[in-house]
Ligand binder design. Structure first.
Ligand code: ATP
Length: 219
């Protein structure tokens, strides 16, 4: 079992997230990609625009038709700020021998990894798949990776990638550029504009029915 964990605020989940999960799953032959919406974000100023249970439900609706995608409520139900290390510990405890965990991270998040809680332990427990973000270039910008993170890995010429002393890898995946973001969607909604085709239709309907993201300030 090769399980991908895709964390985020998903405020709301959009087609960029879904396409990213699909491309990563295919590129790394993952059996499943599990979306893990955060409860209280630890890396973001301000509260999310939608409550955690709404963000969780929107992801549920978005992944419902795909047997290779799933969603976990582990961060939403955990009290306090959401930290990836707690989530990785949780999933790692449930692995069978031979199973592998892959934490999927946007390049923007990966470059800040040394500020994450217990990041050294995290890198001992899971492989990391770093995905491109539009405007960030085509390769892993080696010189921009925090030095302490870089020093924990060696280049593995056989895999053309990086591996640490625990056998965990950092793998870069170049995604098809999809210029959509949750903040852009919230801005459109705030102006009363359409978000059709930027999110799955079930999510669009949910946002409308629940009156989410209207008359709110950007956070
Ligand atoms: P916001 O605009 O509010 O910052 P976001 O659209 O970046 O939100 P998040 O929930 O913060 O969404 O992102 C979760 C993960 O999805 C992150 O790893 C992020 O890099 C990745 N991601 C977000 N948008 C895209 C996109 N258009 N293409 C590829 N990856 C994306």
């Amino acid at each position: 079992m090769r399980l991908g964990l895709f964390g985020g605020t998903f405020d709301p989940v959009h087609s960029g997230h879904l396409r990213s999960a699909e491309e990563v799953r295919e590129a790394h032959a993952l059996d499943e990609v599990c979306f893990v919406p955060c409860g209280v974000p630890s890396h973001r100023s301000g509260r999310p625009g939608a409550a955690a249970h709404h963000r969780l439900e929107m992801v549920r609706l978005a992944v419902a038709g795909n047997p290779n995608l799933s969603v976990s409520d582990v961060e939403v139900t955990r009290p306090g700020a959401s930290y990836s290390i707690d989530t990785v510990r949780h999933f790692s405890a449930g692995l069978a021998p031979g199973d592998d965990l892959y934490l999927i991270l946007g390049l923007d998040a990966f470059l800040l990894m040394d500020s994450w809680k217990d990041w050294r332990e995290l890198l001992a427990l899971t492989h990391v798949i770093v995905t491109s973000r539009p405007g960030f270039g085509d390769d892993l910008p080696y010189d921009k990776i925090p030095v302490v993170v870089r020093e924990a890995f060696c280049y593995d010429p056989v895999r053309s990638g990086f591996r640490n002393e625990f056998g965990k890898e950092i793998l870069f995946t170049r995604l098809t550029d999809f210029f959509v973001s949750a903040s852009a969607i919230r801005r459109l909604l705030g102006k009363g504009k359409s978000i059709r085709y930027l999110v799955p239709s079930e999510v669009q309907r949910y946002v409308k029915d629940q009156h989410l993201y209207h008359e709110r300030q950007e956070c």
